[in-house]
Design a protein around this ligand. Structure first.
Ligand SMILES: Cc1cc2nc3c(=O)[nH]c(=O)nc-3n(C[C@H](O)[C@H](O)[C@H](O)COP(=O)(O)OP(=O)(O)OC[C@H]3O[C@@H](n4cnc5c(N)ncnc54)[C@H](O)[C@@H]3O)c2cc1C
Length: 385
């Protein structure tokens, strides 16, 4: 059963989709919720979960080969929704491993590269990350300064990447760099001389997620580390769309967790001799939260169905990412308000979600960048640069 299903959306799900959602939901209840508060407080990603997530089939979820589950987009989205009901950091891990590492290797890699890297990533024995953003180039990744130069049968990489999810715990570091003015992707083994991976600490948000910097200083990789099909920034953007889709679903999980927590609290917290849920202003907040979450669910479901038929457009993914992250943040803020002072305590999960969502509204295209993507779609006029 969905954690919140006001419009009986479950009616429109296949048995496989229901099973995936239920499996991921049970996993979150059993493995994530009991430990996540502690991880968030300590600022640590729960690494023991990686292998377990692999065993559950959460990696390579849409991959039909190399041990992947070959799920459709709706089942994949429901899985992400459940994972983010646990924590945005857990969903981020899965989004990166699936959409930003397994996907590009499968889409742009050679047959030999797929055989070499995909099975370990799918099983969770290996972890990957996606290095596109640089200290001075986030919203405008095409401005990146990282370069690759061919030298004999090697490439020499130089540059820096910043804010990279999973970088510090990765076995394979996917680096985007310009080779002769064309963006290309290289899979670099962690520990390769010339590549330094450094964690970024002291974060208010995504504390249970690993975020780091990557420094490349004459880092030499064999020529078979370049993904032959990844040519130009469009290839990078194609990967980002995968991750953005998973975010659109995922944040609904965080929103549902906040809504359900606030609803429970509103029934038991007595103020002026009444449960606060009996006050009209609190009910208005709950009604708004329910409405926005329900609209977000319907949006994602239809987007997923379009993706099944390959009838979608990347601007529809932008719309869903932008809308649903806004919804989730708004729900989290309203829920935190309903919780009163208790809402700032780690005893409650709402503020953890709220803080995480401050990252989610920024990464994978900020809210403003998605607004401009939609503005261009509507008017035909590009206001980004
Ligand atoms: C927790 C976390 C994890 C991340 N993980 C990854 C990862 O795994 N891999 C990766 O490559 N990157 C990752 N990122 C980076 C993320 O994608 C970037 O932070 C994001 O693209 C924004 O870039 P920026 O931070 O440089 O902001 P900037 O680009 O400097 O933007 C700053 C502000 O200016 C606004 N702005 C910029 N341009 C315009 C414009 N044309 N019009 C109007 N407003 C504009 C933005 O909307 C924003 O509000 C992660 C970030 C975070 C926080």
């Amino acid at each position: 059963m969905l954690p919140l299903d006001f419009y009986n959306i479950e009616q429109n799900l296949t048995d496989e989709e229901k099973l995936v959602q239920e499996t991921a939901g049970k996993f979150v209840d059993r493995e994530v919720l009991p430990i996540i508060r502690n991880c968030f407080e300590k600022g640590e990603f729960p690494k023991p979960l990686i292998k377990k997530m692999g065993e559950e089939g959460f990696f390579g979820a849409m991959l039909p080969t190399h041990g992947g589950a070959g799920l459709g987009p709706v089942a994949y989205g429901l899985m992400m929704m459940e994972l983010e009901r646990g924590d945005s950091g857990i969903r981020s891990f899965a989004s990166v491993q699936n959409g930003l590492v397994i996907y590009p290797i499968n889409r742009f890699g050679s047959g030999e590269q797929k055989e070499r890297w995909l099975p370990g990533l799918v099983s969770g024995d290996k972890v990957g990350c996606f290095g596109l953003t640089e200290p001075d180039f986030g919203s405008d990744p095409a401005g990146m300064k990282t370069t690759a130069v061919k030298d004999g049968n090697e490439y020499v990489l130089n540059g820096s990447k910043m804010w990279i999810t999973n970088s510090d715990i990765s076995d394979y570091v996917l680096i985007w760099a310009y080779l002769g003015g064309v963006a290309r992707a290289f899979v670099v083994d962690a520990g390769t001389p010339g590549m330094l991976l450094q964690p970024i600490r002291h974060k208010f948000s995504m504390r249970a997620s690993d975020t780091g910097e990557i420094h490349l200083n004459d880092c030499r990789v064999p020529e078979d580390r370049m993904l032959p099909g990844a040519e130009g920034m469009t290839a990078a953007y194609t990967c980002l769309n995968q991750a953005r889709y998973s975010i659109a679903w995922g944040v609904l999980g965080a929103a549902m967790a906040c809504y359900n927590e606030a609803l429970d609290y509103s029934k038991t917290r007595i103020v002026f001799d009444k449960p606060i849920g009996s006050f009209q202003l609190v009910q208005e907040k709950l009604a708004d939260m329910l409405t926005d979450i329900t609209c977000g669910q319907l949006l994602c479901l239809q987007l997923g169905r379009l993706m099944e038929k390959n009838q979608h457009d990347y601007t529809q993914i932008s719309l869903a990412k932008r809308n649903n992250v806004r919804v989730a943040l708004d729900v989290a803020r309203k829920a935190r308000d309903i919780l009163g002072a208790s809402g700032i305590s780690v005893e409650y999960q709402t503020m953890r979600h709220m803080l995480n969502l401050e990252s989610v509204i920024t990464y994978e295209g900020t809210d403003s960048i998605h607004t401009l993507i939609l503005g261009k779609k509507i008017t035909g006029l590009d206001a980004v640069s």
